[in-house]
Ligand binder design. Structure first.
Ligand SMILES: Nc1ncnc2c1ncn2[C@@H]1O[C@H](COP(=O)(O)OP(=O)(O)OP(=O)(O)O)[C@@H](O)[C@H]1O
Length: 329
């Protein structure tokens, strides 16, 4: 499929010191949901802002639908951005806020309001047209901001941590909403997040960044099953990264058990912690060489043969579940 967004050797430098984004290349297929994730300061927002045109590119090129937009202003690119702070106009109603994007494009008032009403329904706020932002909840304000970004019919919607200000319940609800809208509208979404779970739930393509570089870009399942490096395995979570005879390996914690299977591999030590998590129990074992590993056990399995901190224990896994990692990454 033809890529919608292509980054070719894109670098961002803010003055001296290491580049904030360091020569990254990436092709995002049209109509896909792409999440940029990584620890704080890894360059996610700078990358998004360069795609939007809100930040200049120090080196490299950005192509949207095959067109080089590196030097174009934001409004000429076919992108729209939804910010972390929703930045709604406080004196305009929900409907007027949404219509505003069209006013900037010279669309007449009647058509503006009719289209704004259609987008208000799309984000399931049809009954809130006349409310001011202060009369809406955080989640509702965010839907208005989303509709305001979508009404300009961008080819690419850029979202900067759109869910971070919401409480966990609303976040899950809004996550489903974003995915539904992306699917219905068929446009490319590029979404910056700190959250591994959020990226797993939403993305067709997840891009894990580390210190201005791309550590891995792939469908989330591939990243979870075959992390490209120890950094990726640790960052996405759910893995033990272990130095074993034969090299460095990532082993999923949910594939790790409290006894080595026949022919499997193991790590013997002492139980360092037991954490009850409802459906699962997390058991952490520390080996004499200082390495720790954990098993995420279904609660029934744990309670059939429970262990307590301080007891001797051996964690084990099938040899095929040990995913080899490069020793230096
Ligand atoms: N306007 C700026 N001037 C100088 N340095 C900047 C500027 N914006 C970002 N940086 C630096 O560039 C690096 C990458 O920042 P960026 O905001 O892109 O990271 P991020 O991954 O989005 O981080 P976070 O998750 O904390 O938002 C950081 O070291 C940051 O301090």
């Amino acid at each position: 499929m033809r890529p919608d967004v292509e980054l070719i050797g894109v670098t961002k430098r803010y003055g001296h010191g290491p580049a904030a984004v360091d020569g990254i290349s990436l092709a995002i297929p049209a109509g896909s949901y792409c999440c940029l994730l990584g620890p704080s300061g890894c360059g996610k927002t700078s990358t998004l802002r360069m795609i939007a045109g809100h930040e200049t590119v120090s080196e490299g090129d950005i192509l949207l639908s095959g067109r080089n937009v590196t030097l174009l202003p934001p409004a000429a690119r076919g992108t729209a951005m939804m910010f972390q702070s929703y930045a709604l106009f406080p004196h305009l109603t929900a409907l007027e806020n949404i219509a505003f994007g069209l006013r900037m494009r010279g669309v007449g008032k009647a058509e503006r309001l009719a289209r704004a009403a259609e987008f208000l329904r799309l984000v399931q706020l049809g009954a809130m047209a006349d409310r001011l932002p202060a009369q809406l909840s955080g989640g509702q304000q965010q839907r208005v901001a989303l509709a305001r970004a979508l009404i300009t019919r961008p080819k690419v919607l850029l979202l900067d941590e759109p869910l971070s200000a919401l409480d966990p319940f609303l976040r899950t609800q809004m996550r489903e909403e974003l995915k539904r809208l992306q699917r219905e509208l068929g446009i490319t979404f590029i979404h910056v997040t700190h959250g591994q779970e959020e990226a797993m739930a939403l993305s067709d393509m997840a891009v894990v960044m580390d210190q201005g570089r791309i550590a891995q870009a792939a469908p989330p399942r591939e990243i979870f099953e075959k992390p490209a490096s120890a950094f990726v395995a640790r960052f996405i979570g759910g893995h033990n990264v272990l130095e074993l005879p034969g090299g460095r390996f990532a082993v999923r914690t949910d594939r790790t058990r409290l006894a080595p299977p026949p022919g499997g591999a193991s790590l013997a030590g002492q139980v360092a912690a037991v954490e009850y998590q409802g459906a699962a129990v997390r058991v952490v074992v520390r080996a004499p060489d200082g390495q720790t590993a954990e098993a995420l056990l279904p609660d029934g399995l744990f309670h059939a043969a429970p262990v307590a901190p301080g007891e001797a224990a051996t964690l084990g896994w099938d040899a095929q579940d040990a995913h080899p990692l490069s020793p230096n990454a």
